[in-house]
Design a binder for this molecule. Structure first.
Ligand SMILES: Cc1ncc(COP(=O)(O)O)c(C=O)c1O
Length: 352
């Protein structure tokens, strides 16, 4: 195996195995009953799927994303996997799919790690082993409705550092012609349809060299989130530092954002989750997108072409977000005490 860890991007790299578990069910008095098979690791990365499967016909698909970090001490830490397992259950519930039990998800994840240990990047390369759990409906049917058969798979892939070299800023653009998710739709769940729905706006933004910032789809006045990350703003007020993040029914509850909020709170900042008007960008000294992939991606400017406005936030990553980024990475890489119990150590002994 010859991987240049420092050159890896956020691309799929094939590993030894993926882990799978199927659910076979039936309806009993309107409730889905059935059994999950014990997760198993396989070298075969393809599945035999009927073309009428509910995932293909009606979008019964949900996924997750989480990482394993090889720490400074050689131990491998998986970050907050239970939160991902719970979020997958919520997404499954939203699409009337079978919900993988938390402990089954945990066993599948452990197997995905243990059968791909050579793919956990060395410490200090910035690379990590990313896991992409997916859940799909596999029942062949034409009638519009949820199926009874599901497949959970965990796909590991080493991924590169989000910022090879230096932590840098990105410019975002607002698009009022494409909505990512309806106000009471599936925006709060991690389901494939939300991403397909956002591609028109994100690709348009990318062609101009920007990323896309989505607004609430009801009024287009408030900030919702980015295509695959939450939004954070930092305000310096007379009372001190305020960490602001949108409250909305249509955004994904980010595990990174929840972790950063806990850290911000512990640092003595005011932490506020509320509706945030686009115009408030003018009062922010720092802003960022946050998520598993990038942790924090600082924003230098936000362009609002429909209103003819440009919000200049910070040309370089600001001190508050840089410090929060460091604090979170220190826990993920085992350089700081994990007082929140966020990391699960899978190899107790040193195996660097
Ligand atoms: C739409 C969306 N929002 C936010 C996030 C960040 O969530 P997390 O921090 O759990 O990765 C993601 C990535 O999973 C996402 O796809």
């Amino acid at each position: 195996m010859d991987i240049n860890w420092k050159e890896l991007g956020f691309h799929y790299t094939e590993t030894d195995t993926i882990v799978r578990s199927a659910f076979h069910g039936r309806w009993e008095n309107g409730r889905l009953k059935g059994e999950w098979e014990e997760p198993y690791a396989t070298r075969d990365k393809y599945i035999h799927l009927h073309l009428s499967a509910t995932c293909l016909q009606y979008g019964q698909e949900a996924f997750e994303g989480l990482k394993a970090f090889r720490g400074a001490d050689g131990r491998i830490r998986i970050f907050r996997w239970r939160d991902n397992a719970e979020r997958l259950q919520r997404s499954a519930h939203a699409l009337k799919m079978a919900e993988p039990p938390i402990e089954l998800f945990g066993r599948a994840l452990r197997l995905a790690l243990e059968t791909n240990m050579d793919f956990v990047p060395p410490y200090d390369t910035g690379a990590t082993l990313y896991f992409r759990p997916i859940l799909i409906g596999t029942t062949p049917q034409l009638g519009v409705g949820p199926g009874v058969d599901y497949e959970l798979a965990i796909i590991p892939s080493p991924i590169g550092p989000y910022y090879p070299g230096k932590f840098h800023c990105t410019t975002f653009i607002i698009n009022r012609r494409v909505d990512r998710a309806a106000p009471l739709g599936t925006g709060a769940y991690k389901v494939g349809g939300n991403y397909a729905a956002s591609f028109r706006a994100t690709e348009e933004a990318h062609l101009q060299g920007y990323d896309c910032l989505f607004l609430d789809s009801k009024t287009h006045r408030y900030i919702d989130e980015c295509s695959a990350a939450n939004f954070i703003g930092i305000k310096q007020t007379d009372e001190g530092i305020e960490y602001l993040t949108p409250r909305s029914n249509a955004i994904l509850p980010s595990i990174t954002n929840a972790s950063l909020m806990a850290l911000a709170w512990d640092k003595g900042y005011k932490v506020t989750r509320r509706h945030i008007l686009v115009e408030e960008l003018a009062e922010m000294q720092e802003a960022a997108a946050c998520g598993t992939a990038c942790v924090i991606s600082p924003i230098d400017r936000v362009i609002d072409p429909d209103k003819g406005r440009m919000y200049e936030i910070s040309r370089t990553p600001g001190p508050v977000l840089t410090d929060l980024y460091q604090s979170l990475q220190d826990i993920q890489y085992g350089r700081a005490e994990d007082k929140y119990g966020w990391c699960t150590i899978l190899n107790k002994k040193h195996t660097n």
